[in-house]
Design a binder for this molecule. Structure first.
Ligand SMILES: [Zn+2]
Length: 194
């Protein structure tokens, strides 16, 4: 038996995760307490990152404007059905090595499977993904970021949001909620500027 240092209950050793950093090789918190504290710190982290992003764009209106402009330009090239790799290659020739998070997959995207990933070279990534896929892939959506770190954080947020739909690795099979989200982001894209 071991006492959980959070809820103070005495529980059998099997009720604790392994942790080789501890003298007895077991975590200090029991499994439920561990899960709960994990959940809370994840939630705090997500809120912190969101607040940071909001602050950043509030203080950098020019970045927001540039982002929106780039977004519209990108949107012009990216729409379901177009040869995504070719369209993106064109876009990235003018905007090289832009950190981004992408949602790619087999159409219709709300059925999937879809992949959430981040890269600084989307055309190259798409070629690699397509080479490994028996079905034609298309780009459902791209979020562009100033830094790799921001892209990585956003990718994490999305993956944890939809972790219940995860098939393996970065691939997801949308459930009702994820399907709705995908239809939403595709439908709410700004009008294409001509
Ligand atoms: Zn506990």
């Amino acid at each position: 038996m071991k006492r959980c240092s959070k809820c103070r209950a005495n529980k059998p050793e099997s009720e604790f995760h392994k942790n080789s950093a501890q003298r007895d090789g077991l975590a200090n918190y029991c499994r439920p307490c561990f899960a709960e504290s994990n959940r809370i710190s994840k939630k705090k982290n997500i809120e912190r990152v969101r607040a940071e992003k909001r602050r950043y764009f509030a203080n950098h209106p020019e970045r927001r404007a540039a982002n929106e402009k780039a977004y519209r330009a990108r949107r012009k090239l990216l729409f379901p059905g177009e040869d995504a790799a070719r369209a993106l290659a064109r876009y990235h020739m003018n905007n090289p090595r832009q950190p981004c998070v992408y949602l790619v997959g087999v159409e219709p995207f709300d059925v999937g499977p879809v992949k959430i990933g981040h890269t600084i070279n989307l055309p190259v990534r798409l070629v690699m993904l397509q080479n490994g896929s028996p079905l034609p892939l298309a780009v459902a959506y791209v979020w562009q970021f100033d830094t790799k770190a921001l892209a990585h954080t956003h990718e994490h947020l999305l993956r944890s949001q939809f972790k219940s739909c995860r098939i393996h690795g970065e691939w997801f099979r949308p459930d009702v909620a994820m399907s709705e989200w995908i239809r939403g982001i595709i439908a709410t894209q700004p009008d294409i500027e001509t």
